[in-house]
Write a protein that binds this ligand. Structure first.
Ligand code: SF4
Ligand code: SF4
Length: 288
């Protein structure tokens, strides 16, 4: 099937109109390094392209974690917003005769921390379950959204393991739509976007990030820190608060501590201070 350049630009314009900040297309060949069972074709038979888009995170809540706004607008509302855009893009493609799978990051994430783990989504397609790919995983999604966005020319993975875009640094969330349409590939960004300042390494209270970059990023340390899975959380809390001590008077700090504890009990979102995002100088805006 021939590439459809008009369809590609139509989808990009449509995605931006729907609320995406940036949008690009990756041919499935760019996912060749992904492990078996985690490629676009594993999720949608006959897939030819992946549409990836970003939606910004705002500095107002990113740099003010933990706060209700971060949970609501950084996760709950943001995820639904992304789902809506992915759904509309999928409908757009479906209306034109292509199969399209809006990718939902929640609920398809393999949360088994260690071990040889079947990908449950892929396993369903195998009559003989023993033949389904079994892969050693650690908090791996069915498809890497960060790598998909990189493959769609939206940015590059930084030292912190996150997608770093020229426009927003790490301050975005990502949406995907996998399709059988053969779209015009968006050119890759070939130079590093991360400047290797190592602010994120220093700011991570869980020690999840190392100066050696994303290959050494430890998602288990990250999630344990964010969700208070170990006693080292207490140290993380102390570190986080001590970093803030110069900025606030006692009363403000007291209120903050109380909010911190309540937050931890309820959701655990942003409890580490999200230093991997808010200390990154790329795309950082100054307060006006
Ligand atoms: S979310 Fe927190 S614990 Fe995880 S990498 Fe970022 S700063 Fe570290
Ligand atoms: S904080 Fe510095 S090293 Fe870390 S991702 Fe951003 S630019 Fe790269």
């Amino acid at each position: 099937m021939a590439k459809v350049p008009d369809l590609t630009s139509e989808i990009k314009e449509f995605g931006i109109r729907m609320g995406a900040e940036t949008i690009g297309a990756a041919p499935v060949e760019r996912f060749a390094p992904a492990p078996q069972g985690f490629k676009p074709e594993d999720l949608l038979p006959g897939a030819r392209s992946v549409v990836a888009f970003t939606v910004p995170q705002l500095a107002g809540y990113c740099e003010n974690v933990p706060c209700n706004s971060y949970t609501q607008f950084g996760y709950i509302f943001k995820n639904l917003y992304i789902d809506r855009i992915a759904w509309e893009i999928a409908r757009f493609l479906d209306d034109r005769g292509y199969w399209a799978l809006p990718y939902c990051r929640e609920g398809q994430t393999t949360t088994q921390v260690e071990g040889v783990n079947p990908n449950p989504f892929v396993e369903r397609k195998y009559r003989d379950k023993e033949k389904a790919p079994r892969i050693k995983v650690a908090l791996r999604g069915d498809i890497s959204m960060r790598k998909a966005a990189e493959a769609a020319g939206l940015g590059r993975i930084g030292v912190n393991g996150l997608l770093i875009t020229p426009e927003m640094g790490p301050r975005q969330r990502i949406g995907l739509c996998i399709t059988t349409a053969e779209l015009e590939p968006t050119p890759l960004i070939t130079e590093d976007v991360c400047n290797h300042c190592l602010n994120c390494v220093e700011a991570c209270p869980g020690g999840a990030i190392t100066e050696n970059g994303p290959e050494e990023f430890d998602p288990v340390k990250c999630i344990k820190t964010v969700q208070r899975w170990t006693s080292s959380y207490e140290d993380s809390l102390k570190n986080f608060l001590s970093r803030r001590q110069n900025a606030w008077d006692d009363e403000t700090r007291l209120r903050r501590d109380a909010k911190f504890v309540v937050y931890n009990l309820i959701v655990g979102t942003g409890l580490c201070g999200s230093g991997c995002i808010n200390t990154c100088p790329i795309g950082k805006r100054t307060i006006r």
